[in-house]
Design a protein. Structure first.
Length: 274
C-alpha cells in the first residue's frame, strides 16, 4: 500500500495507540522519511522501532518543517491542552488534524486552528494493538473527500474504520466499541468463575473460558455470519446450550443489562466531553 502524502505525517504521541498506528503504517510500506514523531519519551519497544527505521524523536517540533498533511494527535486527553496549541501552529490550509484521543471534541481543536481547518475526531479501541481494532470517525465540515480517504487509510492500518455524520454519535460508538473490549473480558472472567463454581479446576476453567471467547470471536470474524445465526447454529433444541440460553435470554436479561451498560457508558462519555 502506498500512502498518498503531500507533506509530512506528524505523529504527536508514540505511546500504545500511536505506536500501534506507526507499526501498522511501516508494515504497510510507509516511507519512514515521511514521518515526524513528537514525543517526550516513547516506550522502549517503540523507541527501538524508531531507531530501527531511522526515525528521529522530537521533544519539540522544529519550526522549519514543511507544512504537514496530517497532524495525528495520540497523546492522553488530559495532556492535550498543553501539547496541542504549539503543534497547531504547524498546521496549514491543507492540513487535516486527526485525533484518536477519547473525550476531546472537534471544537476543542478548532479553537487553536485557523478558520476552516479540517479536523477529524476518532475513537479506536484496544484490539488495535494486534491489528484487529475498529475506529469510529467523525469529520467536521471542512474535511475534503481526499482527507477523509487518507484518514481511513491511516487508521485501517490497525483494523476496520467506520464513520458517523454527527459528533454526538461518537459517545455511543465509544460505549459500544471503545469500551466494548472490557465487556468481553468480563464475560471471560464470569464464564471462568462459573466453571469453577461447577467444579472445574480454576486454571482449567480460565483456559476454557479464555480460549472459547477468543475462538468464538475469531470464528465470527472469519465466517462473516451474523452473531444470531452463529448462536442458533450452536444451539440444539432442548440441549445444554438451549438450557443456558434460557437463563441468559429469559425476559431479555442479558440484552437489558447490555443496553443499560451501553447507555451508562454513553452518558459518561458525554459528561467527559462537555
Amino acid at each position: 500500500m502506498a500512502f498518498a502524502l503531500n507533506g509530512p505525517l506528524v505523529l504527536v504521541g508514540a505511546g500504545k495507540m500511536g505506536g500501534a498506528l506507526l507499526t501498522g503504517w511501516l508494515e504497510r510500506g510507509l516511507d519512514p522519511a515521511q514521518v515526524l514523531i513528537h514525543d517526550l519519551g516513547p516506550p522502549p519497544e517503540i523507541a527501538a522501532l524508531l531507531q530501527l527505521h531511522g526515525i528521529a524523536i522530537h521533544r519539540t517540533l522544529p519550526a522549519s518543517i514543511p507544512t504537514p498533511c496530517v497532524l495525528l494527535m495520540a497523546v492522553k486527553p488530559q495532556d492535550m491542552d498543553a501539547v496541542f496549541p504549539p503543534v497547531a501552529r504547524q498546521a496549514g490550509p491543507d492540513t487535516v488534524v486527526l485525533s484518536v484521543a477519547a473525550g476531546r471534541t472537534i471544537a476543542s481543536f478548532e479553537k487553536y486552528l485557523a478558520p476552516k481547518a479540517a479536523v477529524i475526531r476518532s475513537i479506536p479501541n484496544t484490539p488495535a494493538a494486534v491489528g484487529r481494532g475498529i475506529t469510529v470517525c467523525c469529520p467536521n465540515g471542512q474535511v475534503t473527500p481526499s482527507q477523509r480517504a487518507l484518514a481511513e487509510e491511516l487508521l485501517s492500518a490497525v483494523g476496520e474504520v467506520g464513520w458517523v455524520a454527527e459528533e454526538a454519535l461518537i459517545d455511543a460508538a465509544t460505549a459500544v466499541s471503545g469500551s466494548g473490549p472490557a465487556y468481553v473480558f468480563l464475560l471471560a472472567e464470569c464464564l471462568a468463575e462459573a466453571g469453577r463454581a461447577a467444579g472445574l479446576d480454576a486454571e482449567l476453567a480460565r483456559r476454557l473460558a479464555d480460549v472459547t471467547v477468543a475462538g468464538a470471536g475469531e470464528l465470527m470474524h472469519r465466517s462473516k455470519i451474523d452473531p444470531a445465526t452463529l448462536r442458533r447454529n450452536v444451539t440444539s433444541p432442548n440441549g445444554t446450550t438451549a438450557a443456558a440460553l434460557d437463563v441468559l435470554m429469559g425476559s431479555r436479561a442479558l440484552q437489558r443489562l447490555m443496553t443499560d451498560a451501553v447507555a451508562a457508558a454513553t452518558k459518561r462519555s458525554r459528561e467527559l466531553s462537555a
